[in-house]
Design a protein around this ligand. Structure first.
Ligand SMILES: NCc1[nH]cc(CCC(=O)O)c1CC(=O)O
Length: 309
């Protein structure tokens, strides 16, 4: 029997579920046992708003430290939580097929966004959701919240809030899709870059683990994630900026894979937004993202990103 692969994971129910799925996939593909190693991150320890904790990466650095130190061999991240800068010495060796990346509304009495009365309270912590919800012009009162998925949904059950907005993918992984009252149309609320995707990371020089993880990689998901994240990187924005990007993959007329990419930057108060879209071969995913971001910058996105800092 070979030595177990050590997989570092956060302790939240969502992280443990995601890590468990990846661990099972590794064992199924390789026959190697996987041991889950629990790691506490700064984002888990603090109740402060993410933006106060230094924004991007608060959930990530402890896992990466453990990879660098060699105390774990693999780390699983929610891709949208990763900073756009690469970490030298580490590689995203696999991006498994992603879940439906859209946002979901969990509202009292089965209500949809359009059915919530003006003045209804909607909880979310993400500036991207805050901005887009305000831009809908429905008169909703957006309330900043934090905490794990159960804590957030509990605010609706208890009557403290009329609704919360969460990533559908997280609810799917936790088996809580029954609570969703509306899956939000990306035309109204466009998802975060890489939402719903996982990043499975290891050390770049660990050839054995890299080869093993390559079997979990999904090329279509990778192309979508590359396109979406290249929008974010070109805008020089992080996960705390009101930036959204969503790519879909389909077949082009020549039989190759084509990407259809949409992106937006929204003023935090909802008073302004710059939106755009593009399409092209999946092999050009990074370029498509860069060009779309450059177009948004030309049309005034820089001021909106700067204002959110
Ligand atoms: N911001 C926190 C976060 N990071 C990843 C997910 C789960 C969904 C995903 O994998 O994108 C969530 C929760 C949420 O946004 O509701």
């Amino acid at each position: 029997m070979s030595a177990p692969i050590r997989l570092g994971t956060r302790r939240s129910e969502l992280a443990l579920t995601q890590s468990g799925h990846v661990a099972d996939a590794i064992t199924a593909a390789s026959g190697r046992p996987v041991e889950l190693v629990h790691i506490t991150t700064a984002g888990d320890r603090s109740a402060a708003a993410i933006s106060q904790l230094g924004g991007t990466g608060v959930f990530v650095s402890a896992l990466r430290d453990a990879l660098h130190a060699g105390t774990v061999d693999v780390a699983v991240h929610s891709y949208k939580d990763l900073p756009t800068a690469e970490d030298p010495g580490l590689v995203i060796a696999a991006i498994p097929p992603r879940q439906d990346p859209r946002d979901a509304l969990v509202a009292r009495d089965g209500l949809t966004l359009g059915e919530l009365p003006a003045g209804a309270t909607v909880g979310t912590g993400a500036p991207r959701r805050v901005a887009q919800l305000r831009a809908l012009g429905l008169g909703l009162e957006v309330v900043p919240i934090r905490g794990n998925v159960d804590t957030r949904m509990g605010k609706v059950t208890s009557g403290e809030l009329d609704a919360v907005v969460l990533a559908r993918a997280g609810l799917a992984r936790l088996g809580r899709l029954d609570a969703v009252t509306e899956v939000l149309d990306p035309l109204q609320v466009l998802p975060a870059p890489a939402q719903g995707a996982l990043a499975v990371e290891c050390r770049s020089d660990d050839e054995v683990t890299r080869a093993l993880l390559a079997g979990l990689d999904d090329l279509g998901t990778r192309a979508c994630v590359v396109a979406e994240r290249s929008v974010l990187a070109t805008l020089e924005a992080g996960c705390s900026a009101p930036v959204a990007a969503h790519a879909e993959i389909g077949e082009a007329e020549d039989g190759g894979d084509e990407i259809y990419l949409r992106a937006s930057v929204t003023a935090i108060d909802g008073s302004d937004a710059v939106r755009g879209s593009t399409s092209g071969p999946a092999t050009d995913a990074a370029r498509l993202g860069r060009e779309l971001a450059a177009e948004l910058l030309d049309r005034g996105a820089a001021a909106l990103v700067a204002a959110s800092r």
